[in-house]
Design a protein around this ligand. Structure first.
Ligand SMILES: [Zn+2]
Ligand SMILES: [Zn+2]
Length: 610
C-alpha cells in the first residue's frame, strides 16, 4: 500500500554529483573564496551539507571520473580559502565554527587517502601533491598555529576544543614536503631560528606543553614528521654543553632517588687519570630545543609536587604528564633514527643525567598492575598485544584522562624496548624481584609478541643481505639464522628470541660449521651474544656489528685484550691504546673501566704503569 514509487529517471548518487558541480556556474550557492560571516546561515548550512555529501562521495572515489574528483579538490581549496578569509570570526562566530569543523573533516578524509595512495590514479596523486595540498595546508596551518598559540596559557571552552580537535586532525595530515615549505612567522624566541626545521620546532615544541589535549597531540604528530631531518641539522652543529645540563644537574641533586656514589667514584677516577677520559665521555646532547622542551615539561610537573614526596606523576595535572611523555616519545624517535654510533653518544649524555632511569620509573608509575592480570588468562598473544593499548593517538578521540596516560605509558615502554633495549635491560636487572617480575610479565604479554614479529618481518623483508652473511628467519620458533661464509670458512649461527624479548637473554648456538676450530666458533658465538645483548638496536644491528668485528679481524686489526672484541660493543670504537711494554692493545673505555675497578693505572697483563 505504501510502496515507494521509484522513478526510472531518478539520478544515481554519482549523477547527483554532476548536478551539484553544475551549480557552480548557474547558482550562487557555494561559499567559495569569501567571508563566511557575511553569508546567510541557511547558505552556510547548505555548504556544510554539501561537504558531508562529498565525504560520502569520496568513500566511493574509485568510481569517480577525473572531472568529479577535480570538482571535489577545487571545492576543498576554495572552502579553505573562505576559512582563511573568515579567520577573524573563528572563535566568535558559530557559522565560521561549523564551516571550519566540517571542511576539516572532509579535508582529513581526503588527505588520508592521498597519504596512503589508496584507490587513486597516479596523476590524481601528483596533482594533489603539487597543486592542492600546498595551498590548502599553507592557509589552514597558518590559522591553526595562530589559534593554538593564542590559547597557550588560557583555558578553552568545549566548542573551542571541538574546533581545535578537527582542525588538528586536518593539519596533521599535512605531507612533510609541504611542512618544510610552509611559511610561518618568526616566533620571537630568544635564539632566532636558522632554518625551516628550527622554525617548526620553535612553533610546535611549546604546543606539546599546552593545556589542551588535541593541541598537544597535533603538535606531536607534526613534529614526528620532521624528526628524521633533525639529524642533518645536528650534524652541522658543534656539540655544545648548554643551560639544560645545569637544570638537569640541579634537578637531579634534589632527587633522593639518585644514587650518587658511582658518580663520585667516576669523578674521582676522571680526576686521577684525566688523560684517559674520552673526548666524548659525557656523550653528545640531542637536539637542544627538544631537550629544553623536556626540561620545561619536567618543571611543569615538578611545580605540582611536594619536594619531599617520591616522584609520582599522577598528582600532576594530566596535560603536564602528557607533555612530558610526548616529548620523550619524540626523543625516542630521534634516537631510533640516529646512526648506531650517534645513538650511543646521545644515550651516554642522557644516562649521565640519569634521565632514562627516571623516565622508566615514571612510565611504570602510570601502568597499574591490574593491567597484566586482566589479560593474563587469555591466549592468542599477538592480538592481545594489539588491543591492550591504542597505537595511534588521535586529536579527535581522547580517552578518559587516566586511561590516556596509561595508554601513552604502555606505548612508551614498547618504544623504549625497541629503541634502547640494552639500556632498559640493564635498568630492569637492577629492580627488586616483585617489580622486575611485573615488568617481565607485562613485556611477555603485550610487547614481546609485537617486537619479535617485527624482528622476523624485518629479516624476511630484507632484499639485500650483508656481504658474506645469509640471514633467514623461522617465525614459528622465533629464530633467526645467520650463515657467515668467508673463503673455505663457514659457520651457522642460530639466534633464539626469548619469550620476554628483548628483556631476557638471547641465546645463540651454532648448528653447523666448516673450517673453523671449536675454540674460534665458541669465541664468535660469545661475541655475537655480547653484541646482541649490549647494543641499543635490533637483531640486524647486532649482526651488522658482529660482522664488522669479524671483517676487521680478517683485515688484521688486533682485538682488545680485555673484552676480546675488535669493535667495541657499545661505542663501536677500535682498540686505540697500546701498552708500551707488552704491546697489547685496549679499547680506551675498557682500560678506563679496568683502572676504575682496580684503583690502579697499570696494564692488566704486564702490570706496567701507564
Ligand atoms: Zn675492549
Ligand atoms: Zn702491558
Amino acid at each position: 500500500m505504501n510502496s515507494i514509487k521509484i522513478h526510472k529517471k531518478q539520478p544515481t548518487f554519482l549523477e547527483l554529483l554532476n548536478t551539484i558541480s553544475g551549480w557552480r556556474d548557474t547558482e550562487n550557492i557555494f561559499l567559495f573564496n569569501c567571508n563566511v560571516m557575511a553569508s546567510p546561515v541557511q547558505l552556510v548550512l547548505l555548504n556544510v551539507e554539501t561537504m558531508h555529501y562529498l565525504q560520502v562521495m569520496w568513500s566511493l572515489r574509485s568510481d569517480l571520473n577525473e572531472n568529479q574528483r577535480d570538482f571535489i579538490m577545487c571545492s576543498i581549496a576554495s572552502w579553505v580559502q573562505s576559512v582563511y578569509e573568515s579567520k577573524d570570526g573563528i572563535s566568535s562566530s558559530l557559522a565560521v565554527h561549523i564551516f571550519t569543523v566540517n571542511i576539516s573533516k572532509l579535508l582529513s578524509q581526503v588527505a588520508r587517502t592521498y597519504e596512503a595512495s589508496a584507490d587513486l590514479p597516479e596523476e590524481a596523486i601528483s596533482e594533489w601533491n603539487e597543486f592542492f595540498s600546498q595551498t590548502v595546508y599553507n592557509l589552514l596551518l597558518h590559522i591553526y598555529v595562530q589559534l593554538a598559540e593564542s590559547l597557550m596559557s588560557s583555558d578553552v571552552s568545549r566548542s573551542q576544543e571541538h574546533l581545535l580537535a578537527w582542525m588538528g586532525e586536518a593539519v596533521t595530515c599535512c605531507p612533510k614536503d609541504q611542512l618544510m615549505s610552509l611559511q610561518l612567522e618568526s616566533t620571537g624566541a630568544e635564539s632566532s631560528p636558522t632554518c625551516q626545521i628550527e622554525t617548526i620546532l620553535h612553533h610546535f615544541c611549546p604546543m606539546l606543553l599546552s593545556r589542551v589535549y588535541c593541541i598537544q597531540i597535533a603538535a606531536y604528530h607534526i613534529l614526528n614528521k620532521i624528526i628524521n631531518d633533525l639529524h642533518s641539522l645536528e650534524s652541522s652543529k658543534v656539540s655544545t654543553v648548554s643551560l639544560t645540563e645545569d637544570i638537569c644537574v640541579k634537578k637531579l641533586e634534589n632527587l633522593n632517588t639518585v644514587d650518587s656514589e658511582p658518580n663520585l667514584a667516576a669523578e674521582a677516577t676522571a680526576a686521577k687519570y684525566p688523560h684517559f677520559e674520552d673526548d666524548d665521555e659525557n656523550g653528545r646532547q640531542p637536539n637542544e630545543i627538544l631537550m629544553e622542551t623536556l626540561m620545561k615539561s619536567w618543571k611543569g610537573i615538578e611545580t605540582h609536587l611536594d619536594p619531599s614526596e617520591s616522584i609520582d606523576k599522577q598528582f600532576a595535572p594530566s596535560h603536564c604528564t602528557l607533555g612530558y611523555l610526548l616529548t620523550w616519545k619524540l626523543q625516542l624517535h630521534f634516537l631510533r633514527t640516529a646512526s648506531s654510533e650517534l645513538r650511543a653518544d646521545y644515550l651516554r649524555y642522557l644516562e649521565t643525567l640519569n634521565l632514562i632511569t627516571v623516565l622508566l620509573e615514571d612510565i611504570f608509575s602510570l601502568i597499574p598492575e591490574t593491567l597484566v592480570s586482566a589479560y593474563q588468562c587469555r591466549k592468542d598473544e599477538l592480538s592481545i598485544a594489539n588491543i591492550a593499548f591504542k597505537k595511534k593517538l588521535s586529536c579527535t578521540s581522547a580517552p578518559s584522562s587516566d586511561k590516556l596516560l596509561q595508554n601513552v605509558a604502555c606505548l612508551m615502554f614498547e618504544e623504549a624496548l625497541e629503541t634502547i633495549p640494552a639500556t632498559v635491560r640493564q635498568w630492569w636487572r637492577k629492580q627488586d624481584r616483585a617489580f622486575a617480575s611485573f615488568i617481565d610479565n607485562f613485556t611477555k604479554l603485550f610487547i614481546s609478541p609485537v617486537l619479535c614479529n617485527k624482528e622476523i618481518q624485518n629479516i624476511l623483508s630484507l632484499d639485500m643481505n650483508l656481504e658474506n652473511i645469509v640471514i633467514r628467519a623461522r617465525s614459528t620458533s622465533r629464530e633467526i639464522v645467520a650463515v657467515y661464509t668467508m673463503d673455505d670458512v663457514s659457520i651457522e649461527m642460530v639466534i633464539a628470541l626469548p619469550d620476554n624479548y628483548p628483556l631476557g637473554s638471547i641465546s645463540v648456538r651454532s648448528e653447523q660449521r666448516k673450517g673453523i676450530s671449536n675454540s674460534i666458533s665458541k669465541k664468535w658465538l660469545l661475541q655475537l651474544n655480547l653484541f646482541l645483548q649490549h647494543q641499543n638496536g635490533n637483531i640486524m644491528d647486532g649482526l651488522r656489528l658482529w660482522k664488522r668485528n669479524i671483517d676487521k679481524k680478517f683485515e688484521g686489526v688486533e682485538e682488545c685484550t680485555i673484552c676480546c672484541c675488535v669493535v667495541h660493543g657499545t661505542n663501536f670504537q677500535l682498540p686505540k691504546i697500546q701498552c708500551k711494554i707488552c704491546r697489547k692493545k685496549f679499547h680506551s673505555i675498557c682500560l678506563y673501566k679496568w683502572f676504575n675497578e682496580s684503583q690502579n693505572s697499570s696494564c692488566p697483563l704486564c702490570r706496567t704503569l701507564f
